[in-house]
Write a protein that binds this ligand. Structure first.
Ligand SMILES: NC(=O)c1ccc[n+]([C@@H]2O[C@H](COP(=O)([O-])OP(=O)(O)OC[C@H]3O[C@@H](n4cnc5c(N)ncnc54)[C@H](OP(=O)(O)O)[C@@H]3O)[C@@H](O)[C@H]2O)c1
Length: 272
C-alpha cells in the first residue's frame, strides 16, 4: 500500500491515478471526503497524529513539503516501518538565495527527510504546466491573459511526469538517496504557453506580460507577503533559474517528458 498526500492536487492526483493504473494499492490522505481511485482516509499534514493513523500496512509514502511538525510526521513514518519515502520538494531548494521562505521550507523539509531513517527520494520539479489552469477563467471568457514575468523561460513539467518518477521511485529499486531535478522537454516563456494553448484550442489566446511592479502587486494579492517576495526574488531578480532542460524524467521512466502541447490538448476542455 502506498500513502499519497496532496491527493486532490495536481501532482498527488496524478500520482494516485498513475499508481492505480500500475495496479498498486493506494491510500489517499485527504482533508475532506472525495471520490478517488484509491482508499480514502481523512487527515491533515499539519496534524502528525492523523498521518500516523493512516500508516497501517503502508510500505511507501508520497509526502508534500513544508507542513507543521514534520519531524513528528516523519518519526511516525519511520515507526510504521515504511520502506520508501518520496518527498515532493521544488527547484526552490537550489535557489541562489536560500533565506527566502519558499526555499527554506523546502530545504528544511529535505533535511528532515534525510534524517528520518527511512530510504528516501527527493523530487525537485520545476514550475508545473498545470499552473496554466490559473488562466482558465480569462481564456474561457475570451479575455487577455495577463501573466507575471513574461521574459522568464521555464522548462515547465507535466504533473503526470512528476507522478511517473514518483511511482518509479516508490515501486522500483535503485532510487533511494536520489535527488531528482525534474523538467519538461523545453523551456517556455508565458507567451509561448499562451500560443501553444491557443493552438490546442483552435483560437488565439491573447497575451500581455505584466511589468515587475504589476507582478509584485499581483503576487501580493494572491499569497502571503513573504511568499510573494520570495517569488519576486526568484523571477524578477533572477534568484532561481528554471530554464535548463534536464534528462531525469527520461532516465527514470525510459521515455521523454511530456510536452506542453500534449498537456494543452489533454486539458483543453477546462479552457473551453
Ligand atoms: N505548482 C508548482 O509549480 C510547483 C512547483 C514545484 C513544487 N511544487 C510543490 O508541489 C506541491 C503541490 O503542488 P500542486 O500544484 O499539486 O498543488 P495543489 O494542486 O494546490 O495541491 C495541493 C494539495 O495539498 C493538499 N493540502 C493542502 N494543505 C494540506 C494539509 N494541511 N493537509 C493535507 N493536505 C493538504 C491539498 O488538499 P485540499 O484539496 O484539501 O486543499 C491538495 O491536495 C506544492 O505545494 C509545492 O510544494 C509546486
Amino acid at each position: 500500500m502506498i500513502l499519497v498526500t496532496g491527493a486532490t492536487g495536481n501532482a498527488g492526483g496524478a500520482l494516485v491515478r498513475t499508481l492505480a493504473g500500475r495496479g498498486a494499492g493506494v491510500r489517499a490522505l485527504v482533508r475532506r471526503p472525495v471520490d478517488l481511485p484509491a482508499e480514502v482516509t481523512l487527515g491533515d499534514l499539519n496534524d502528525p497524529a492523523s498521518v500516523a493513523g493512516a500508516l497501517a500496512g503502508v510500505r511507501g509514502v508520497f509526502l508534500l513539503s513544508g507542513y507543521d511538525r514534520m519531524a513528528e510526521t516523519l518519526a511516525a513514518v519511520a515507526r510504521a516501518g515504511v520502506e520508501h519515502l518520496v518527498l515532493l520538494s521544488a527547484s526552490a531548494a537550489e535557489a541562489a538565495n536560500l533565506d527566502n521562505p519558499v526555499s527554506s521550507y523546502h530545504v528544511e523539509s529535505e533535511a528532515l527527510v534525510r534524517e528520518a531513517g527511512v530510504p528516501w527520494t527527493v523530487l525537485r520539479p520545476r514550475t508545473f504546466m498545470s499552473n496554466t489552469l490559473r488562466w482558465a477563467d480569462q481564456v474561457r471568457a475570451g479575455k487577455v491573459v495577463r501573466e507575471t514575468f513574461p521574459e522568464v523561460s521555464v522548462a515547465t513539467i507535466d504533473p503526470l511526469d512528476i507522478a511517473a518518477v514518483a511511482a518509479a521511485s516508490l515501486l522500483e529499486q535503485g532510487h533511494a538517496g536520489q535527488v531528482y531535478g525534474l523538467t519538461g522537454p523545453r523551456a517556455l516563456r508565458p507567451a509561448d504557453r499562451a500560443r501553444l494553448l491557443g493552438e490546442a484550442l483552435g483560437r488565439e489566446v491573447p497575451f500581455e506580460g505584466l511589468s515587475d511592479a504589476e507582478a509584485r502587486t499581483e503576487l501580493l494579492a494572491t499569497m502571503p507577503q513573504a511568499y510573494a517576495e520570495a517569488f519576486y526574488g526568484f523571477f524578477a531578480r533572477g534568484e532561481l533559474d528554471e530554464s535548463a532542460v534536464l534528462p531525469t524524467v527520461e532516465q527514470v521512466t525510459g521515455r521523454p517528458p511530456r510536452t506542453f502541447e500534449e498537456w494543452a490538448v489533454a486539458n483543453a476542455e477546462v479552457f473551453r
